[in-house]
Design a protein around this ligand. Structure first.
Ligand code: CP3
Length: 343
């Protein structure tokens, strides 16, 4: 039996106090991250330099008693590897040339993705060699729809244009999703081959979809992705994070084939528990804003999350990524409280 607590919970065991990791635990809220970041010419270059990316993974583990490390990379390495160059506008976010500006939608070959992303797998194996045996290593990718939205409109922000494209150009959008499923499956399988213990699919833009469209662009592509991973011989657990799925959370948990589900900030734990298959591990869901507030409000929030998920397999996390404004001391406090069972 593994001594990796997070893997035991993913297998359905209740562990008290729960294991903890934090989405975006490597990032700009850490001064040492901001320092490290100056060594790369741009963010994508940072992701593709194993020496720097490995150091970024290890930074939060040195400060906090976390149960898991997460690969340092980005969900947008997939479009980049498919030949859709990605760049970041300081203070604004990612940019790509939008597919919406093109008459016909074409992509690079998904079979080329793994060769192009070799430095990412190099980072995975360096991290596995550097972390303790009891630390779980999480590999990740974006969900097909979330990555598609960046490719379709060339940026984050308002997704109305993507929904309209899904209705108006169904063949183009479905073909894009199919390419992303294949590329993402190969990318995740390569992370597992390099040493990842489990995987998370960040479907960060699951919100605002009517049920039939949710089924078409989220459930079916995720089912296909999980099935393709199995066909590629991947047996590690997959955590799905359908942020903003709301009333469709249960369909995601029941139908996609993921082993566990991440619960976002606004989804009540009791609702998630009722809607997910019995015994499925759930991850979440402290409000990231509480880390900026700190103090009594933060303590109360941690206790509330612990109590809400108590009695079922739970991995403590935030309901979305930690923000650059959060003081690192807040995260130290969160971990300390969890270790003491909330006391
Ligand atoms: O969690 C971790 O510590 C692992 C690394 C990780 C990053 N991005 C590093 C990163 C992970 C898991 C992601 C996922 C990701 N990337 C998502 C899904 C998760 C979510 O938050 O919903 C999305 C939508 C992206 C796309 C993306 N990349 C955005 C919107 C941004 C922020 C742009 C900005 O300037 O605010 C990025 C950049 C990014 N990815 C940063 C980090 C640490 C910050 C960029 C920097 O250092 O300059």
């Amino acid at each position: 039996m593994t001594d990796r607590k997070m893997l035991r919970v993913l297998a359905g065991e209740r562990v008290d106090p729960p294991p903890v990791w934090i989405m975006r635990q490597a990032g700009r809220y850490l001064p040492e991250y901001r320092q490290l970041r100056t060594k790369a010419k741009d963010f994508m270059d940072f992701c593709y330099t194993p020496e720097l990316a490995t150091e970024a993974v290890l930074q939060p583990l040195r400060r906090f008693d976390l149960d898991a490390a997460i690969l340092f990379s980005d969900i947008l390495v997939i479009p980049d590897a498919l030949g859709h160059r990605v760049w970041f506008v300081e203070g604004e976010g990612p940019r790509l040339d939008p597919l919406l500006d093109r008459e016909s939608w074409t992509y690079g070959d998904p079979d080329q993705v793994v060769a192009r992303l070799a430095p990412v797998y190099e980072t995975v194996s360096r991290v596995r060699a550097a972390i303790s045996d009891s630390t779980t290593l999480i590999g990740f990718a974006g969900g097909p729809w979330t990555v598609a939205t960046y490719m379709i409109q060339g940026e984050g922000g308002d997704k109305d244009r993507c929904r309209r494209a899904a209705y108006a150009r169904p063949a183009d959008v479905d073909a894009l999703l199919a390419v992303l499923v294949e590329a993402t499956a190969q990318h995740l399988a390569a992370q597992v081959a390099a040493g990842a213990d489990c995987l998370q699919i960040f479907e960060s833009w699951s919100e605002g979809l009517p049920e039939s469209l949710f089924e078409r662009v989220i459930i079916r592509p995720t089912q296909a992705l999980v099935a393709r991973l199995k066909a590629l011989g991947v047996t590690v657990p997959v955590i799905g994070f359908p942020r903003g799925a709301g009333a469709l959370f249960g369909r995601y948990a029941q139908e996609t084939g993921v082993a566990a589900v991440g619960v976002d900030t606004q989804t009540p734990a009791a609702f998630a528990r009722r809607e997910a298959p019995a015994g499925m591990a759930l991850q979440g869901n402290l409000d990231p804003q509480l880390l900026i507030c700190g103090g009594e409000a933060l303590d109360a929030g941690v206790r509330e999350v612990l109590a809400a998920f108590k009695g079922s397999p739970h991995i403590f996390n935030l309901g979305h990524g930690i923000t650059p404004q959060a003081p690192p001391e807040s995260l130290a406090r969160v971990v300390e409280l969890i270790r003491r069972g909330g006391d």
